[in-house]
Design a protein around this ligand. Structure first.
Ligand SMILES: [Zn+2]
Length: 667
């Protein structure tokens, strides 16, 4: 981590002389040439002295333009791809052009629309720059090297901006992730330290598998709800819920009469008022609160006052008219009340039915849940017959980040782990049948240092599988020892080895496999990628290829493919640094962190398809003794509805499975 002076070093003018780059820039302030005053806003400060940081040198070439040099991998100047640095002390609306001038590769996804990642302190989520602001071209100023230039406009003076080749995933983040998992005390998750890197960082090994005692597992699957819900429609009335409705109904009536006065009372009062007025006019006195009917009854048969009544012809007719009206209104009120009562009863009935329906729905949900759990247990038992023959343990071995700059590898790996430790029924079944051994970060020093491909000592660890040294390649040595130990253990069957990488020139996820003389083995090897293609829209079977190039001799996939017996499959899983293309479209969908993790989840669930635990019907209908002994007819399986149907180039074809050439030598 060489400190730098405030002006570019003399050696820096020798463009492309990467020997001049000793370490990462550290809070490196760039002042315009000839400027002697105090630094001002807009005099950019570059920094890469942080975990996974990488920027070796900055040359300001004009007021707006800066040449940026990737710091080569430690002890190996051949590899210059990963960059990750911050810029601060910016001015609002300051426009810049950054040229990354010393890539060690020529082919790049930048030609296909890839753009660098950016985030800032106030916007901490990584985003890709708009591709229109990114140029990738051969530059005469830099020994005809390929240069990636991007334009950027800083918008917030207080922000620190960070730029990176791809989503960073640091060693510390990984440790925090594992610490979090450990705290959950899952009895099917075990973390151990398999070894240490040269710089004493942990080589973590995870084991994910169910505890031996299967009855425990079944109980755990069933424990949530063992009781079978009753399917009764009448039980609601038995427990006095009808009363509840009654109470609700009372409330309802209150609400419907906000004035708090009965309608009949209103009518009553107005009639009384009229009568009183008329009486007053006629000199009659009738007490308030006396019913008009009583008045009439008392008044009509009376004889003494007949005359006076006869004298009052008009009032009497009015009385009768009024009484008729009153009786009519009373009748209407009674009718209305009856109507209301009927409606109320209907409402109560409907509410009751609704409640019954609700109870039914929740019963159905409970039953469905129970059914699912029963199915899981059934799967476990049936699957055990299929898989746990004898005491042999089937092991799936997964490794990642042997190449430290290939950060998508970590997201995919985390997706696999997250799925395997989840409560998803498929995860339950997988844990029950298989032992997953995962070493997610094979090169922790390289990751920490911000290297692209090598370890601290400059080794591409994926070329040293043949003879790893315990002191120069300790993590690789540790993993290889463990794999050989398992290989020699008669109680263990190492079924899969998958090493996860990221690819800098290809789209999609895809795999590399091995070539075998044995045609049957060769065909069997194609099954897993075909199945994965069915499960993951971003995985391409037709980009998958099988090879035995000399240059790949020291890779894990090639070495273990040669070592392990014919029932084991070894793959390199590659995923694009940039994007994937979904079948039937041509548009590239840039990968997000989540999309990488989703690919991991799909890889995990594909093991279920592979071991064919999933389609119980198929298991019953087609008597297949063991997958590994049979001639593999992948297109015959019901779950293989045509090969690679989701690939952008149309159907996956058999041709690709015999594509013996490698499209790139990048892993
Ligand atoms: Zn790689």
């Amino acid at each position: 981590m060489a400190e730098r002076s405030q002006t570019a070093p003399e050696a820096g003018y020798d463009m492309g002389n990467d020997d001049a780059i000793g370490g990462n820039v550290s809070k490196y302030l760039v002042l315009p040439s000839g400027y002697c005053g105090q630094p001002k806003k807009g005099h950019l400060i570059f920094d890469a002295c942080f975990e996974s940081g990488n920027l070796g040198r900055v040359d300001q070439v004009s007021e707006f333009e800066y040449d940026l040099f990737i710091r080569p991998d430690t002890c190996n100047p051949r590899f210059r791809v990963w960059f990750n640095f911050t810029v601060e002390n910016v001015k609002e609306s300051q426009r810049v052009i950054f040229n990354i001038v010393n890539f060690s590769k020529t082919k790049s996804l930048y030609r296909d629309g890839m753009a660098p990642m950016v985030k800032s302190t106030s916007r901490p989520k990584w985003q890709r720059l708009p591709p229109k602001n990114v140029y990738y071209y051969r530059c005469p100023d830099h020994r005809k090297n390929y240069v990636m230039s991007f334009a950027f406009c800083f918008d917030r003076e207080e922000d620190i901006y960070q730029f990176a080749y791809c989503y960073p995933y640091t060693y510390t983040r990984f440790q925090h992730y594992l610490d979090g998992l450990q705290k959950r005390n899952m009895d099917y998750f075990f973390r151990e330290q398999l070894g240490q890197s040269v710089q004493q960082r942990q080589l973590d090994l995870l084991t994910i598998t169910s505890p031996e005692d299967k009855s425990d597992l079944e109980n755990s699957v069933m424990q949530k709800k063992i009781k079978i819900p009753k399917l009764s429609l009448n039980h609601i009335e038995e427990d006095g819920e009808v009363k509840d409705y009654g109470e609700e109904d009372l409330q309802l009536r209150h609400i419907k009469r906000p004035e708090g006065r009965k309608p009949s009372e209103v009518a009553h009062k107005s009639i009384e008022a009229v009568v009183a007025r008329l009486e007053k006019q006629n000199g009659l006195s009738l007490g308030h609160g006396t019913c008009p009917e009583e008045v009439f009854v008392e008044a009509s048969p009376g004889t003494e006052d007949m005359d006076s009544l006869e004298d009052a012809v008009v009032p009497r007719a009015l009385y009768e008219e009024l009484l008729r009206n009153y009786q009519q209104q009373q009748e209407e009120m009674r009718h209305l009340q009856q109507e209301l009562e009927r409606t109320r009863r209907q409402l109560v009935q409907q509410a009751k039915k609704l409640k019954e329906y609700g109870a039914l729905v929740s019963e159905m949900k409970e039953l469905r849940d129970l059914n699912r759990r029963l199915q899981d247990v059934l799967l476990l038992r049936l699957g055990s017959d299929n898989l746990r023959e004898g005491a042999e343990k089937k092991v799936v071995f997964i490794t990642g980040r042997v190449h430290p700059g290939e950060t998508p590898s970590s997201f995919v790996c985390q997706g696999i782990i997250d799925f395997l430790i989840s409560q998803h029924p498929i995860a339950h079944v997988l844990r029950e049948h298989l032992v997953f051994k995962i070493a997610p970060m094979l090169n922790p020093d390289g990751v920490y240092l911000g290297n692209y491909r090598c370890s601290l000592m400059g080794f591409d660890l994926n070329r040293h599988w043949l003879d790893p040294s315990p002191w120069a390649h300790p993590t690789l040595h540790g993993v290889k020892q463990l794999i050989i130990q398992m290989y020699n253990d008669p109680k263990t069957s190492l079924e899969f080895y998958i090493d996860i990488h990221a690819h800098s020139t290809m789209m999609n996820g895809f795999m590399y496999g091995n070539i075998f003389e044995d045609e049957e083995r060769f065909q069997r090897q194609a099954i897993f990628p075909k199945l994965l293609c069915q499960n993951a829209e971003d995985f391409s079977y037709s980009s998958t290829s099988f090879n035995r190039d000399a240059v790949k001799a020291g890779t894990g996939r090639r070495f273990l493919g040669g070592l392990l017996d014919h029932t084991s499959y070894c793959y390199t899983l590659e995923v694009s640094f940039y994007s994937y293309i979904i079948g039937g479209t041509t548009a590239a969908v840039p990968y997000t962190e989540e999309a990488y993790m989703k690919l991991g989840r799909n890889v995990a669930r594909t093991f279920l398809d592979y071991y064919r635990l999933n389609p119980l019907v198929e298991k019953v209908a087609i008597p297949v003794p063991r997958l590994r002994k049979e001639k593999p007819p992948p297109y015959k399986y019901p779950f293989l509805r045509g090969p690679a149907s989701n690939h952008p180039n149309g159907k996956g074809d058999k041709k690709s499975s015999v594509n013996h050439t490698d499209p790139s030598n990048s892993f």
